[in-house]
Design a protein around this ligand. Structure first.
Ligand code: PMP
Length: 435
């Protein structure tokens, strides 16, 4: 099957037989109704019924610590966001072809968070994929180019165009001929040199570049918060006529604990910025923020309308989420909690932990075997052992040997204690089992 083996494999009859009867029945019904393309996390899938802060409750009433989900960023079922959605839904839902003051107010408010970066407009979509799709259309219209450069294990979304720039879906096979892959800017990689080579390869094929697209935390590449060479690479792309698209779908809205936007960590000045996931704390709302000139070039070619994109309920969710991020000081909170977590994971001092990288509450932990090689099976065992302790995390990276820790920003010191206990316990148990 495609995808990391943290996924449940419903085609494996013995895996189904090992499940509690009710879970097995629901899995069977789900596969029958939704078909075979969907995946479930874990060897034993989990069913939640309620959430609050960084906690979830399963259908048996057990409390779980969520150290994985970044969409309910200000906390699961945050009462202010839920109330804002309910109030607007009970009053009116239309779309962006009518005047709506709250939409304009939110757009002005959001653009104000990009001050100094010459980012003049925001256009609304429903998903991060649509945001990247729109950003690419804008970049193509503005540059006249079609070539795109992305990192080797990037994920940018699901539309046909964006799946074609998302090698994490199917490796080089899933990539379009107008795409060039470069190594993520991890230590030891000369990112600017790789982009230079990619530009050369596009030129050789007679393809003009439209954009370099970067996820500013390089989540699916393995979490690289301290990337070098990005500004230099951007300069090369601009020289060749292309734009920089900063994909903030993962890193945005304060997660990295460095202002609201991840690209500021790398000293970048993007032409287009794409937003999604945490923007409405779970309500589907996403968008593209961009400079005036490329958006004008796009508008010259035709109009833009997205039926649900930026509808008043989505805007209510987005405004409440942004207000909570500010009012609850979640950017500083993310920085402090994340730094403490990195320090405490380091203090575990386990030789199987080869590297810990983090920015705010986005942390990657590389696990290795006795020979120092990336250890996917250990990583999957840790994720499943944490699941047994009712703690959610996931994996990332080229070798699927990086623990991805990315809790709702509501994650607090007591949650950190619980995560640390569970992680140390899981590593100890696995060591004993394998001894
Ligand atoms: N960009 C990045 C960096 C993402 O991680 C994702 C989703 N995982 C997307 C874009 C696509 O967002 P969506 O699933 O909302 O379409």
């Amino acid at each position: 099957m495609a995808g990391p083996t943290t996924y449940f494999d419903p085609a494996d009859a013995s895996a189904l037989d090992a499940l509690p009867a009710r879970t097995a029945d629901l899995v069977r019904r789900r596969v029958a109704a939704l078909g075979p393309a969907y995946r479930l996390f874990y060897r034993e899938p989990v069913e939640f019924v309620r959430g609050s802060g960084a906690h979830l409750t399963d259908r048996d009433g057990n409390d779980w610590l969520d150290a994985y989900n970044n969409v309910p960023s200000v906390g699961h079922a945050h009462p202010r966001v839920a109330a804002a959605i309910a109030e607007q839904a009970a009053r009116l839902t239309t779309h962006t072809r009518y005047l709506d003051e709250a939409t304009v107010r939110y757009a002005e408010d959001l653009l104000g968070t990009f001050q100094g970066d010459d980012l003049a407009h925001v256009m609304f979509t429903c998903t991060g994929s649509e945001a990247n799709d729109l950003a690419l259309r804008i970049a193509k219209a503005a540059t006249g180019g079609t070539g795109v450069i992305v990192t080797r294990h990037a994920y940018h979304g699901v539309t046909t165009e964006i799946a074609a720039i998302s090698p994490s879906l199917g490796g080089e096979r899933s990539i379009a001929p107008w795409v060039r892959l470069v190594d993520a800017p991890e230590p030891g990689v000369d990112f600017a040199a790789s982009v230079h080579t990619a530009l050369g390869s596009l030129a050789e094929a007679g393809i003009r570049p439209a954009a370099l697209v970067v996820d500013t935390i390089f989540a699916s590449d393995g979490v690289y918060p301290d990337a070098a060479g990005l500004a230099e690479a951007t300069a090369l792309v601009r020289e060749a006529g292309g734009l920089l698209i900063a994909d903030e779908v993962q890193a945005g809205f304060g997660r990295l604990g460095h202002g609201l936007w991840g690209y500021t960590r790398h000293g970048l000045e993007p032409d287009l910025v794409t937003l999604g996931k945490p923007m409405g704390n779970g309500y589907p709302v996403a968008g593209v923020v961009g400079r005036a000139a490329p958006i004008a070039a796009f508008a010259d070619r035709g109009r833009y309308f997205n039926t649900f994109g930026g509808n008043p309920v989505a805007i209510a969710a987005a405004q409440a989420t942004l207000d909570v991020v500010r009012d609850e000081g979640l950017v500083a909170h993310s920085a402090a909690q994340g730094a403490a977590l990195v320090e405490r994971i380091t203090a575990i001092g386990d030789p199987r932990i080869a590297d810990i990288r983090g920015a705010g509450l986005f942390i990657g932990v590389d696990l290795v075997d006795a020979a120092g090689a990336p250890d996917e099976s250990l990583t999957l065992d840790v994720v499943n052992a944490l699941r047994e302790r009712h703690v959610l995390i996931a994996t990332a990276g080229a070798h699927n040997a990086t623990l991805k820790i990315r809790p709702p920003l509501a994650f607090d010191a007591a949650d950190a204690d619980r995560l640390l206990d569970a992680l140390a316990g899981a590593l100890g148990e696995i060591a004993l089992r394998r001894a």
